[in-house]
Structures are given as structure tokens and as C-alpha cells.
Design a protein. Structure first.
Length: 421
């Protein structure tokens, strides 16, 4: 296939057969969740590779019931193909020419929904994709892309069909696997449908808030300015400016929620800005609020005075969301620590709190809309909005628990030119 970077015949199993229940462990989040750099600061990655044992073809659930002769026939037909991160294995509309089994790495399955690409499945080592090629000859209905360096077994359609005609075990296995996937897809569909309905409700509510708040916020702004004019002292001027800033934050927050619930691509322009100046300004504004709750924001090292392309208003929302989450995690006060690292390709920012840490029940869906656990208030949209903003800046965001307690949120922003939008 034109998408293959490199394919070669397989030479038998790469390791002893392991129980498939262990497969997912290759990609579970670790406590360290990092690839340490020279500065000792972890790179922002949600998943990290454990020491790996390559999964043999016969470990695939679809083939584990086959006889020795059937497996040898399968191995003779299979080809081993390697892909780099982000490389497409196939895309919507491509011919259905065979199935793939993940030997090493991971695959994302995605499709276009209303002009947005939606990732609806993740295929891990030992699992397979493209099974519908055995049932019909229709073009591919989704796109498969490698998450990182990935090795797959590719088995062409023709020898699979021949084996299927002569192997009741394979026929039964195929039926069971497709049935299982349809059940999972039904569950996913219902979950997403409920989420979309909730998004629509929040969107209508946000639109109503924007309309209802417009007049009182305007009046508050005018009164603050009038109060300053009546007593034009530096202190009253600072108070008036503080009120204006809070009004802008309320407006921006509601507009962010409204924009997020509407979905679709966001149009904005990234402009060069000094990252140290930007961060210092945002944190100075936040420190005035956190001090009232006995919480101090500390820089473990200064933010780098490097020029990055960013959207100040939108990126400041990420800081507000992460800092406010840290404040909520420390009701009795404490320190929020921030640290920075500059690599060849990115600036990495970490925000660490001294709270109880992130609940295990929510770690794997932390950045999904409406994902919340143990919080008495909040929309459940803060982290999903933050993730969207960071991705709009072509960066990455992740989270992990700190040994001994506390949570660490880490996000990267690329150095150099990024596509302005």
C-alpha cells in the first residue's frame, strides 16, 4: 500500500505469548508519566511506553483459536509494516484490502463529523482493525493513524477469505469480535449523544447568560469609572481597573463556554509575544485573588523571556482554569508551584498544587467535557476548554499525580513559527 513506510515478511513470534489482559498495560499512565529531559522536567505526555515485548500475531483475539497449521498459513501471508507517529495507515475512501494487527505502538481511529475530526477508538498491541474488509468490499469508512512509532501486521484480504471459508474457528472468532465491537460502539454512541445533548443545553444557557449579563456588567463598569472620576486617586484608579478586569474575565469565560458548546473550528490569530511578560502579568492578576484564600503562587524558576506566537486572551484562560483548580484542591491554603523548561522545540510550563491529587476514577478522561469528580461546583468544561486552547496553539497538555500527594498539570507551547489562524 502507498501508506506503508516499510513492510517485510514476518519471521514468527517476537516473544512468548502473553495473556491479552496484559496488553493495555503497555500504555497505562505511569506515576512519573514522563521522559526526563536534561533539565529534569518531564515532557508533557499522557501515555508513556513501558519496557516492551512485541505482541505476536497469534496473540490477537481473532486468531487465538486457530490451529497450528492455520496460524502458519496466516503468518506466511502476513507482512510486517512500520509507521512513524502521525502517519496514516489508511484513510476514508481507501480500498478495503486487508486487516491489520498491532504488534507494537498504538493506532487512533478517527472520522470526519461535521467537518471536525473525531477520534472514536484507540487500538493497542494485540488488537486488530479493518475487519469489515472480510464482510464486504466497501471503501474504508474511517482513518487510521499511528500515535507514535508503530509496527503492524498486515494480512491481505484474499488469503484471509480463503482461510475463513475453511476455518469454522476463524468464522466464529470474527463473529464474536464484530459483535463485541458493535456493543462497544453502541455504548459510545449513546454516551456521545448524551454529551452532545448536554452541550446543547449548556450552550443555550450560556447564550442566555451572555444576553442577561450584558446590561448589568455595563452598568457596573460605568459605576466603577464614575467612582474613580469622583475621587481620582491612584488607589481608586487601581480599584476601577480591577473591576474592569473582572468584568472582562466574566465576559470572556461565558463567551468561551458559548464558543466551546457550539463546536466547530475557531478562527483567531497567533501573534508574537514575550512569554515571560505574558505569564508575569497573568499571575500577578491571579495572585491578588489567591492571596485572599491564603494561597501563594511561587515561581521555582523564572518564565523564559522568549518570543512565542500566542493569543493572550485565550491562553490566559488556561492559566485561570488550572490555577483555580489548584485553589479548589487546597481549601485550607498552601503553595502553588510553577516551573518552566525550554527545549529545542517547545516551552514547557508546569503547575503543581499541594492538594490530594487527581482521582484515579477520572484520570483517563480528565480532559473530556463534563468530566468531574468530587467537586462541589464547576461546569466540568474547564479542562476540556483548556485542552482545546492549547491544541489551538499547537501544543500538548497532560496531567499526573505527584508522589506524596498533589497534582501536576503540564503543557507545552511550540517555539518558532506556527500557523496563524
Amino acid at each position: 500500500m502507498s501508506h506503508h513506510r516499510q513492510c517485510r515478511p514476518i519471521r514468527g513470534p517476537s516473544c512468548e505469548l502473553k495473556p491479552m489482559a496484559k496488553t493495555a498495560a503497555f500504555f497505562e499512565p505511569e506515576a512519573s508519566d514522563s521522559h526526563p529531559s536534561a533539565g529534569g522536567l518531564p515532557m508533557p505526555r499522557v501515555f508513556s511506553h513501558q519496557p516492551r515485548c512485541l505482541v505476536p500475531l497469534e496473540a490477537c483475539p481473532l486468531f487465538k483459536q486457530l490451529s497450528g497449521d492455520e496460524l502458519r498459513t496466516l503468518q506466511q501471508a502476513a507482512r510486517e509494516c512500520t509507521y512513524s507517529g502521525g502517519q496514516e495507515i489508511f484513510k476514508e475512501g481507501d480500498p478495503s484490502d486487508g486487516i491489520y494487527v498491532v504488534k507494537e505502538g498504538a493506532i487512533q481511529i478517527s472520522a470526519l463529523v461535521n467537518q471536525d475530526r473525531f477520534v472514536f477508538s484507540r487500538i493497542l498491541p494485540g488488537d486488530f482493525l479493518g475487519e469489515m474488509t472480510l464482510l464486504d468490499s466497501q471503501p474504508r469508512s474511517a482513518t487510521a493513524s499511528a500515535e507514535g512509532d508503530t509496527t503492524l501486521y498486515f494480512i491481505p484480504r484474499a488469503p484471509l477469505l480463503n482461510l475463513l471459508e475453511n476455518s469454522p474457528r476463524l468464522s466464529l472468532g470474527l463473529f464474536q469480535q464484530i459483535s463485541n465491537r458493535l456493543r462497544k460502539f453502541d455504548h459510545l454512541y449513546v454516551t456521545k449523544l448524551l454529551q452532545f445533548e448536554r452541550m446543547a443545553i449548556v450552550g443555550r444557557f450560556a447564550a442566555s447568560i451572555v444576553h442577561d449579563l450584558k446590561t448589568p456588567l455595563t452598568v457596573i463598569n460605568m459605576l466603577a469609572d464614575f467612582a474613580y472620576q469622583q475621587n481620582p486617586t491612584p488607589a481608586s484608579r487601581e480599584n476601577a481597573l480591577g473591576i474592569q478586569r473582572q468584568i472582562e474575565r466574566i465576559t470572556d469565560l461565558v463567551n468561551d463556554i458559548l464558543e466551546y458548546t457550539r463546536g466547530g473550528a475557531t478562527t483567531f490569530e497567533l501573534k508574537p509575544a514575550n512569554y515571560a511578560t505574558f505569564v508575569t502579568t497573568v499571575i500577578d492578576n491571579l495572585q491578588a485573588e489567591t492571596t485572599l484564600k491564603s494561597i501563594n503562587i511561587q515561581f521555582e524558576n523564572p518564565p523564559p523571556a522568549i518570543e512565542l506566537r500566542l493569543h493572550p486572551q485565550r491562553l490566559s484562560r488556561v492559566f485561570y482554569n488550572l490555577i483555580n483548580n489548584a485553589v479548589d484542591a487546597m481549601p485550607h491554603g498552601g503553595d502553588i508551584k510553577m516551573r518552566f523548561q525550554t527545549t529545542e522545540k517547545a516551552v514547557i510550563t508546569e503547575i503543581e498544587d499541594a492538594g490530594p491529587g487527581l482521582a484515579q476514577e477520572i484520570l483517563d478522561r480528565l480532559f473530556e467535557a463534563f468530566a468531574t469528580y468530587g467537586k462541589a461546583h464547576g461546569t466540568g468544561l474547564g479542562l476540556s476548554i483548556s485542552k482545546k486552547i492549547i491544541e489551538e496553539h499547537q501544543g500538548e497538555i497532560s496531567a499526573r499525580n505527584r508522589p506524596g500527594g498533589g497534582a501536576i498539570f503540564s503543557f507545552s507551547l511550540p517555539i518558532g513559527d506556527t500557523d496563524g489562524r
